[in-house]
Design a binder for this molecule. Structure first.
Ligand code: NAD
Ligand code: MG
Length: 384
């Protein structure tokens, strides 16, 4: 059997490095053909020397000389800049693009890869938040697989295997609730990034960790699920499940619920996205019922965690609203990480940006990119 050629976009991040762990465990099945990162040149070089891809991309142009100097003796082509991402995903050797870039920056490479017929293993949920309708219609036009890496969406995807003829009544996306579950607004006024960066169950990149604390991550996941599984907004529900063992559930028309369970470990959904429809034997730690005598569920608190309500609103409104929500969120999270805005202030800014940026009912790809830019500018003005 031919090895599957994988382009790992965002290879130096949390999902990217775990993807390389999976590839390392199955050298007969997978082969890394492209590695890309933002600016962690040292790690990119080490990864390139281990996996010997056809090409690497470093977005930060100031570091390209360093990367070239370290890889000059190899056959590996070295590129830099965002435009290069759209070139490397087209390579003949690429069978699947695993997109683990953080933020709306992941959109264009996904779109390019789809229009070159490449399957997509998608961790970059922002791609579907910004332009879900457009991306899914391209995926169907080019007949490429959209394989979710986000654990909740992988769970739903796994529950749907064999159910192709059976409509979904609704889905439940589980949420850990993050480090501030059960806290009220009076406490949240004074929380800092140090508090917010301590997630109870998962170790992840900084942006998604803040999103998890603010419940924006769940809002983004509701939007992601709506497009990925072609649902109406009211078919997507969120249930808080602090143990993060039930990764999400599907309810069918006869009322039957299917769930996927397991210890929280992103390597499982990454591996499944790469091996689908097969399951590969591994040695990941197994679930032990005695360690979890109680699995509990509760309603999310939409009044305290307004981001989740804002995400539902923007999904109902449609058009470029979720794109604006996402861009504003990227700006406020960055500002929160730099101590320029308070935790609760993040939702206030997002709400104002949603009111101020022009609504477009049927955006093109360029419209999305302009709306993203406009939302960032307005958000930055408010913060300044
Ligand atoms: P991370 O910050 O750890 O890594 C991001 C990667 O993208 C790095 O390689 C970085 O160099 C690169 N990058 C950053 N900005 C870029 C830009 N502007 N252009 C190109 N590349 C850029 O992030 P992560 O936690 O691995 O998350 C990646 C994506 O996966 C996010 O969309 C996140 O929501 C999603 N996700 C992550 C997890 C997790 O457990 N970490 C779980 C589910 C979904
Ligand atoms: Mg998730």
């Amino acid at each position: 059997m031919n090895k599957k050629g994988i382009a790992v976009l965002g290879s130096t991040g949390s999902i990217g490095t775990q993807t390389l762990d999976v590839v390392r465990a199955f050298p007969d099945l997978f082969h890394v053909v492209v590695l890309t990162c933002g600016s962690n040149a040292t790690l990119l070089v080490a990864q390139a020397l281990e996996f010997l891809p056809d090409a690497v991309v470093i977005i930060n142009e100031e570091q390209v000389d360093f990367v070239k100097s370290k890889l000059g003796h190899t056959q590996i082509a070295v590129y830099s800049g965002m435009q290069a991402l759209e070139e490397v995903v087209q390579f003949e050797s690429v069978d699947v693009v695993l997109n683990a870039i953080v933020g709306a920056a992941g959109l264009r490479p996904t779109v390019k890869a789809i229009s070159c017929g490449k399957d997509i293993a998608l961790a970059n949920k922002e791609t579907l938040v910004v332009a879900g309708e457009l991306v899914m219609s391209l995926a169907s036009q080019y007949q490429v697989k959209m394989l979710p890496v986000d654990s909740e969406h992988s769970a739903i995807f796994q529950c749907l295997v064999g159910e192709e003829a059976n409509p979904i009544e609704k889905i439940y996306i589980t949420a850990s609730g993050g480090p501030f579950r059960g806290k009220d607004r009076s406490i949240l006024t004074s929380v800092t990034k140090e508090h917010a960066l301590k997630h109870p169950n998962w170790v992840m990149g900084a942006k998604i960790t803040i999103d998890s604390a603010s419940l924006m991550n769940k809002g983004l996941e509701v939007i992601e699920a709506k497009w990925l599984f072609d649902l109406k907004v009211d078919q997507v529900d969120v249930i808080v499940h602090p143990q993060s063992i039930v990764h999400s559930l599907v309810q069918f028309q006869d009322g039957s619920l299917k769930a996927q369970l397991g210890l929280p470990d992103m390597k499982l959904p990454i591996q499944y996205a790469l091996s689908y429809p097969n399951r590969l034997k591994n040695t990941f730690e197994r679930f032990n019922f005695m360690d979890y005598p109680e699995l509990t569920f509760e309603k999310p608190d939409l009044e305290t965690f307004r981001n989740l309500a804002l995400a539902y609103d923007s999904l109902r409104k449609g058009g470029n609203s979720a794109c604006v929500l996402n861009a504003a969120n990227e700006v406020v999270v960055d500002a929160f990480l730099k101590d320029k805005i308070s935790f609760l202030g993040m939702s206030d800014v997002i709400e104002t940006v949603l009111q101020k940026v022009n609504y477009l009912a049927r955006p093109s790809l360029d419209d999305y990119i302009e709306s993203d830019y406009a939302a960032r500018r307005v958000a930055q003005e408010i913060i300044n």
